[in-house]
Design a protein around this ligand. Structure first.
Ligand code: B12
Length: 445
């Protein structure tokens, strides 16, 4: 059977396509099926997409969806199915946690809840023999709104998986994206990874590949062409110190290309950061989220104090790496004073760069449930764009105008930090260009 994955771009083209299809594509190819990717660029309309699908003649259309991709995916699939009779399956975080939105929409036949490898193979087997999928008979697959399928066993160990199908990923040349884990062991209330771990209990969704297996993937990629940079996309690369130190010993000699990671401040120390820098790590990205300890502890379930964050940033810089912070604003319970605390902490941390996103409640998360319970969510949430520039919530402690004001303050702080580092000799035109760049970045979030 031939599966065509559709990658739905929204607002901007990400540096790569979703990773789910790269994993699923490799898996189904190993089992004798075909996989291809069609990226639907922001400017492409349904007519062009339909023509491309016709030319590729797939047996199944497959979409991997975040909540942000949902609205455009719904509209596009609706239009495609008016002219093409090809079954459609959707998986990923949005279909997993809001399956009813997908199954109610025109054109979607199946939803995959959670891990997709075994489920997609089962669907292909049924389609290949023209068997109808009866609700409740196939693990992880929902076909009707009313029922929630049982979850099958997780793939464990992850070494059973083939390496990702890189021809489905649209990576820039020489830049390699890699995952060493599935899921994340932490339980942040706003994060969909924590929601997945809860959905899968008593199974453990969080699993990590061996260092050997990761090194073997890098070696296989390098056989296809030189590696200039590696981006590790794990939620938290630094979960296990022993693993990281072992990886650093092996990576430096075998690959040597610069790399970046996502980390959490409470998992890093001087020894680990020095080892990472020595191995080639150039850039560490930390989720700080809020400068208010009260918000971090009581709302986000991140139980660390500001001092620990400041220390981790200092240690990362001392080890010789770039450090980025990510923040949220408009978190339920947050007041303007709390956001002032985030801006103040950012001044102290003085990161090389930072990201700032207006809080969006993702389905399945504990904070989503809180928003629902407190009546902060609009009834038509999924008819509205999921974006990180303005809040979808009606919050008692903070207004839309406050959030817009603070969003602008973050943009101005980012411009200022850049100009302080690089702009000493800039003329007015160069300074204006920097400002225009950051304002544009602030609108695509
Ligand atoms: C790497 C990553 C990215 C990458 C790649 C995106 C991707 N979708 O893979 C990049 C940098 C592009 C990215 C960008 C963003 N991301 Co991101 N990202 C991640 C991260 C850290 C890892 C994803 C991962 O491990 N993929 C590996 C694959 C194997 O796992 P998977 O995607 O879950 O796929 C499995 C199953 O879900 C299923 N499956 C998936 N798709 C399909 C399709 C079919 C047909 C089937 C049958 C099954 C199936 O099978 C797969 C294999 O078992 C996750 C957090 C997490 N732990 O998941 C956040 C996450 C996916 N990102 C998130 C968000 C919000 C964003 C951004 C909006 C952030 C921003 N403001 O910049 C953008 C939006 C991107 C977009 N196109 O919409 C949210 C999405 C929540 C939601 N409900 O929408 C997550 C869950 C983090 C969170 N905050 O909770 N991200």
């Amino acid at each position: 059977m031939k599966v065509l994955f559709l990658e739905i771009d929204t607002e901007q083209q990400w540096a790569l396509t979703s990773l789910g299809p790269a994993c699923l594509g490799a898996w189904i190819r190993r089992h004798g099926h075909q996989a291809a990717m069609l990226r639907v660029g922001v400017d492409q309309g349904a007519a062009v997409v339909v023509a491309q699908i016709k030319a590729m003649a797939p047996d199944l259309l497959a979409l991997s969806l975040t909540t942000r991709q949902w609205l455009r995916a719904r509209s596009l699939v609706g239009q495609i199915r008016q002219v093409l009779d090809i079954p459609v399956i959707a998986g990923g975080h949005h279909p997993t946690f809001a399956p009813e939105t997908v199954l109610d929409a025109a054109g979607f036949d199946y939803v995959c809840i959670g891990e997709g490898e075994a489920a997609l193979l089962a669907v292909l087997a049924a389609l290949g023999t023209r068997q109808r999928i009866v609700p409740g008979t196939m693990a992880n697959i929902a076909v009707a709104r009313a029922h929630s399928p049982a979850l099958g066993p997780l793939l464990d160990p992850l070494e059973r998986l083939p390496f990702m199908a890189r021809d489905l990923m649209a990576e820039p040349e020489g830049v390699v994206h890699l995952l060493t884990q599935r899921g994340c062991p932490f339980a942040c209330t706003y994060c969909s990874a924590a929601a997945l771990a809860r959905r899968y209990r008593p199974q453990h969704y969080h699993r990590r590949r061996s260092v050997n297996h990761v090194m073997a993937e890098l070696a296989a990629v390098e056989r296809q062409g030189p590696i200039n940079y590696v981006v590790f996309l794990d939620d938290t690369f630094t979960t296990d110190e022993k693993w990281v130190l072992d990886f650093c010993r092996r990576y430096g000699d075998a690959v040597g290309a610069g790399f970046s990671i996502n980390a959490r401040v409470e998992t890093v120390g001087a020894a680990m950061l020095d080892a990472l820098a020595e191995a080639g790590c150039r850039h560490v990205i930390y989720g700080v989220e809020s400068g208010s300890e009260k918000i971090r502890r009581q709302v986000l379930n991140r139980k660390i104090d500001n001092q620990r964050i400041i220390e981790a940033f200092d240690l990362t810089r001392t080890a010789g790496m770039l450090v980025t912070a990510n923040y949220m604003l408009g978190i339920p319970g947050e007041t303007p004073t709390d956001i002032e605390a985030t801006l103040a902490l950012n001044e102290i941390l003085s990161p090389h760069d930072f990201g700032y996103f207006v809080f969006y409640p993702y389905p399945g998360t504990l904070l989503f449930e809180t928003c629902q319970h407190c009546g902060y969510l609009p009834e038509d949430q999924y008819q509205r764009p999921a974006c990180h520039r303005r809040s979808i919530l009606t919050l008692p402690e903070i207004t839309d105008d406050d959030i817009a004001y603070y969003h602008d303050r973050f943009t101005a702080a980012r411009e200022r930090a850049y100009l302080k580092r690089f702009g000493q000799e800039f003329d007015n035109e160069q300074t204006a260009r920097v400002k225009a760049h950051y304002r544009k970045a602030a609108t695509t979030g």
